[in-house]
Design a protein around this ligand. Sequence first.
Ligand SMILES: [Zn+2]
Length: 992
Amino acid sequence: MTAEDLFAYLPAHRLEHHRNALALVPENNDPDPGTAVFLMDPKTGYHTLSCSCKAPTGNKRKSRCPHIKQLSEGLRKVPDSGSRSWLDTLFRKTPWYETAAALHQVCPVSSQSLKISPEKVSDTGEIRVWGPDAELLASFSPDPEDSEKAALEKQLLLERTNLWPQKDNPFHRGRVMDMLARLTLTETERLMALQEVISRRQALEQSFWFRLLYHFRNVSADAGPGLVTELEQETGRYIIACTDRSRALRIVVPRKGVMRVQKQIQGIFPGTGQVVRPESLESIVKVSADENNYLRLTLYLLLHLPDGATEAIERSRLKKYWYGDAVYIPDKNVLATWKATDKFGPVFGRQYTKRIKPERVPELIDKMGDIFSPPNIIDPSAKRLRLHRKWEHMEITAEAVDRDWCWLAVSYGFGESVTVRLADIYEARRAGKKYLPVDDGWVEIRDLDLGPVVKLPGSPVSAQLGDGRKTLQLSRMDLLRIQAASGGNLRVRPQGDAPSKSLSAILDMQPATPVTRPSGMATGLRGYQENGLQWLGFLAENRMGGLLCDEMGLGKTHQVMALMAWLAENRQNPVPCLVVCPTTVISHWERKIREHAPGLQASVYYGAGREMADLSVPGMVMITSYGILLRDAAVLQGIGFAAAAFDEAHLIKNPDTKSHAAAHAIRADLKIAVTGTPVENRLTDLKALLDLVLPGYLGTDQEFARRYENAGRHRRKELQRLIRPFTLRRTKDAVLHELPEKIEDIRYCRLTDTQVRLYRDAVAGRGKKLQQQLARGDADIPYIHIFALLSLLKQICNHPASVDRRSVPKSFKTDQEVMDSGKWELFVELLDACLANGQKVVVFSQFLPMIRMIASHLQSIGVESAGITGQTRDRGQQIDRFNNDPDCRVFVGSLRAGGSGIDLTGGSVVIHYDRWWNAAKEDQATDRVHRIGQNRGVQVFKLVTEGTLEEKISAIIDRKKNLMADVIAEDDPGLLKTFSRDELMDLISLPD
Ligand SMILES: [Zn+2]
């Protein structure tokens, strides 16, 4: 059964249906009017018929009541009249019902709260229905061509929607429908009724919308579904209209419900073709300004389109297209919703523009964020205005600069013309302000990153400005720290006056007057060494310290000596300098000073019977070891030094050690840590060494760790900038053009006690007889025996463990433990330094046991090496490996086998472990490395034991260089013939 079928047999305008009930209302002229009701039990399908007329009751009633008769006949003619495809079920499948449900959901109104106009039903004009807030909800114009039909329909509508009072009319359609509703309550609803509550279904069924659309569905049943939506361009109303023009129903969807109704009825019936764009609106303003910085803000909407483009629309233009959380954009035919909260709308209230006084702008920014940046629209009149959140440079003005302190006014520059004083920022912050007005806008001061002035570890600044002083009192070190961290964005203002000049000099790290070349230096300085001296001079003048980290071979010792000589010449009272170094390089320092710095007095404070020299002698440089520094800490800390240099300073990099603490406790105007090992990539080492020479510069360990350890690239850069002023490292590659192709350096060492005993034993034993023979002027000289003894002594100097056991007296302990060697220690240190610098090293010795010792040492420390001796078969392979394999770091060769005819240009350092008799042979070996094709300077070390025959041979070689080069081809006893008896006797004498 369908509604249409039923309407064919029963007059539609007399039928009401509700759920599983049906009512037939009597005609107006019925003499015994009654409403016949058909009710079906939805569970059992059992149905009843009843009527309200006066016809007698009983079995015959059915035939006697014309109403029941008419109703049951109509039902009988329609097939399936008892089925559950009830009229109500069919209604629920229509767009009419869907629309009613959607409207009820967004705007649930009951008829009691509504008003109609005009109030007279007899009027054939348009009827309007007004909601509780006097808003138009619907309008209806009956067919003007059929006034009778129009009047009937109008009455039906008003009764069904209960907009017309029921009074005592028993056939009022609203009353009939209410009755059907009561008859069809579910059991649950009956129980709920006792609690005076109703189900959601009931609420919908009682609603104005439901009754309204029920009515139109029933009267339009033969006119198709007939609903469309449209948007009234003039009023912005969103309308659901009936397509049947004769009825002209127009439902005005309440604005706040448009979006939801739209969503729900989409696809049910044809709409206006609007595109719905959820989350595509953004609230922005257009900012313009007058010359006094009064702002005019105008509300705009920014519509984000799917292709990424945006379109700004003035909000006032859209006033009538506002539907709660959605806005209709007529040009685009788009219904859009917000992307984020409407941040400007609520602030503007009902207005669309606002005029803001300059002093109120910060408040506005607080509420709305930075209005001077996109996507807000900035009018050309407001282009110059901005909210500054980051300074571009720092400016410092020197108020005064004295020996210890600089008094500065610090300002921050924003753009080219605006500066704000640090003092003003602090003052404003104290006053609780967040923004400071400036010529071109406002500076956000509360969250402004003041940069290095307050951010760096150990910064002293915030406390100092706290009591309202306008200038900052900074040490020079702090000043440099701030400059370094500002990354080149520090300017000195104004230029030219005296305090500014001294300020600039400090920032450029230039001494107030350039350091002149000290007359106490016998040797000149290379260009980069001259720069190093100026840098050291600046540090000394300002009582700071630094790390001198030049690559090995660039003359760090030389630069330190030059500084000490300069200090000696420029001090009124003689103040000593201090050099602390490993034992193995004490003699190196002593000799260097003696040879190159006659203006200085080297005094070694070392050994069992050490005595303090007279420190009041001008130019005094005390040289001592780290061991003595620790042992005699109390004595040394009592002396005030002009400068203290800590050589091979990486040895005291561990801040937890006593050596570090002892070095820290030394009192010196200037401390220099000297090391050839690069430290800049090892944070904790770097921190420890800088703490030694510049206490406090990098803050506490905790501050430092928090800021820089595991830090990102940005922080790393900051740290690099911070340390750069106090770290000087030049590599050979960088200063290559200033370097000779070959730098030769003789490194001296001392015999250990074991070596002294062995040496004395050999000289006193075998040497005694030879001495006597030499002393007798006429006797033959036993060259072979002398040569053998000299070889033994050389091996003792090299390392006692390399000496043939047969040559070691039985009384002597041959335990490896006591077989120590001064030269070996020096060698190991040199080698470590070279490897740490990434150099490849070639080592020559003329003694096979020594070569084996070196090779086995390399193996034990995990360093790959190649090598050639007289027994080597795969010479070519060994050489290739050294030259081409980056992991093969060391080449160890005998001078005889590896000294000629091969190419070792992979190396850049040559160490002659022991000296050859023949300088030309040595040079030839060195030239294996230093050849054409070698593009970096070659560093050559020759190791010599002080006070032994090695030192004497070294002197003879230098003296007879040319003669020996000509005469001697081989290293054999014959070469001794060029030596006088006296020279030979001297060679086999006891050590000094
Ligand atoms: Zn009846």
